[in-house]
Design a protein around this ligand. Structure first.
Ligand code: SF4
Length: 348
């Protein structure tokens, strides 16, 4: 629907990133990477939610070493997040990680970056240059935040290119939505590497979901962005669910449930809010493409949601189940959820 900006292509294990591939969803574990069991557990939950690439913080050599066991016990491509110490990047590659994210502003000397690049080349490990507005180099402090982030990204892209490395993707995240949008727009005109989109430190679930949806969504609607990470101060599984909602709202991804429900009004005679929440939770992980509607009244509901594959609408102490706008069943309100889920199963 939106014409994607043409980019180079990279691969993180089997996941292709760039304009030839679908926009992929990433998240990051918040367990201690050294705690192998909890990390594997969380990776599995993220994978189940639909996460396609998972990043882990590598805080020391023990965490880099732990990657080896984590890799053995999981199947999603893993990205090592490295700050300050290039040796952790090298150890992560040796442990079998599939990609690196470095913040070039804090990784140290050119020599260290060269050592890291040489190791990445050996195993064809892509590197994300992750510029963050909060940790820019001093040399850009006179520039406005947008230009400073872009200048930092370009500087580090050139450095990796200088070492003959092009397996690159880039992010330039700010906690300000307008700065993020402007920075990505500007960078997108200057380079053809794939872009990883995100609004950093965007807050807890509510504010984070809104900021990420506006920031990431605006750029995707302009064709900019090849992989996304919603950042929330919350369970990372929720990041994946929000990311999916962004892609579904833009009709970039059709896989899964397109959930619609009416806002309720004076005609609503059942506990619709509760029913809608239950249905939405119960159908979150369904992979089949279906539009499901939960509507407040029998009079308008089936008609307003006539495009839905299946829906339920409330009446006085009863509900109707409808398919493509046609009522197929009437049930008492107390049976609404179970009867609807049973009917839904026949479409999966
Ligand atoms: Fe009101 Fe019925 Fe429309 Fe829901 S579907 S907003 S209850 S008119």
């Amino acid at each position: 629907m939106f014409e994607r900006r043409k980019t180079k292509q990279i691969h993180i294990a089997e996941v292709g990133i760039g304009s030839n591939y679908p926009v992929s969803i990433q998240s990051m574990t918040n367990t201690d990477t050294r705690d192998f069991k909890s990390t594997v557990n969380q990776i599995k939950k993220l994978e189940e939610a639909g996460c396609e690439l998972i990043r882990l913080a590598i805080v020391d050599q023990q965490a880099a070493h732990s990657l080896k066991e984590i890799k053995k016990n999981t199947s999603v491509p893993l990205i090592a997040d490295i700050h300050f110490d290039y040796r952790l990047a090298i150890a992560s590659i040796e442990s079998g990680v599939d990609s690196l994210r470095i913040n070039p502003g804090n990784i140290g000397s050119k020599e260290n970056i060269k050592k890291l690049v040489d190791k990445a080349k050996e195993r064809k490990i892509p590197i994300r240059i992750g510029v963050n507005s909060g940790s820019l180099e001093k040399e850009f402090s006179d520039l406005n935040p947008v230009d400073a982030m872009v200048a930092s990204a370009i500087k580090h892209i050139k450095l990796l290119e200088h070492y003959d490395y092009e397996q690159i993707k880039v992010s330039i995240k700010s906690s300000s939505v307008p700065v993020t949008i402007k920075a990505y727009r500007s960078l997108a005109k200057m380079i053809d590497y794939p872009l990883h989109l995100g609004v950093t430190e965007s807050g807890t679930y509510e504010s984070g979901a809104v900021k990420s949806s506006i920031g990431i969504g605006s750029l995707l609607a302009e064709g900019i962005g090849d992989t996304i990470r919603v950042s929330l101060t919350d369970d990372p599984v929720k990041e994946v669910l929000v990311a999916y909602e962004i892609l579904k709202a833009l009709e970039i991804r059709k896989k899964g449930i397109n959930f619609i429900s009416c806002p309720t009004c004076g005609r609503t005679e059942i506990d619709l809010i509760n029913l809608a929440k239950k249905v939405e939770i119960a159908t979150k992980t369904i992979k089949t493409s279906l539009t499901i509607a939960v509507m407040g009244c029998v009079v308008n509901g089936p008609g307003e949601a006539s495009h839905a594959d299946i829906g339920i609408a409330g009446g006085k102490d009863k509900c109707v189940i409808f398919k493509k706008g046609q009522v197929i069943k009437t049930i008492p309100e107390y049976q609404a959820f179970d009867a609807f889920m049973e009917e839904l199963q026949s479409l999966l």
